[in-house]
Design a protein around this ligand. Sequence first.
Ligand SMILES: [Fe+2]
Length: 168
Amino acid sequence: MGFNSLNDVLQEQLGDLHSAETQLVGALPKMAQAAHHEPLREAFQHHLDETRGHVTRVEEALGELGVSMPTEVCKGMQGLIAEGEEMIQMGGDPMASDAALIAAAQRVEHYEIAAYGTARQLADDCGFDAIKDLMDQTLDEESQADKLLTKIATGGMFKAGVNQQAAS
Ligand SMILES: [Fe+2]
């Protein structure tokens, strides 16, 4: 069966997002554990809490469509998480490895931002205001998470790390 309507596409996108978010709930604790700098660890932990809410919102959206829980696997997120795990395994200098973790995490956030942007537009096109609202809420949190990672990466965390190393 192909796609016969935008509703079909929305359903497929929500199924993919459900898999993506569920995978991320499993991966974020490992990212938090691997982070050296406290602000980064806290950012991952905070986003883990939010991500649990994202799973719930996608489930609510699927409920609005009246479809059963999807079984598809988001291969994009599988790949992004595999790359994140590579970063964790590489280890090394705390500051440098935290920068690598941020690089992996921001890829994840941008992937999700793209997916939610599509899903909210499809929901809007199909007249599903409640789903659009759910997608907007999550989109906002993904954007905030991305901005926080940028702030951590550019806000002097790494410079402070260099200074700490120089002093020790
Ligand atoms: Fe999310």
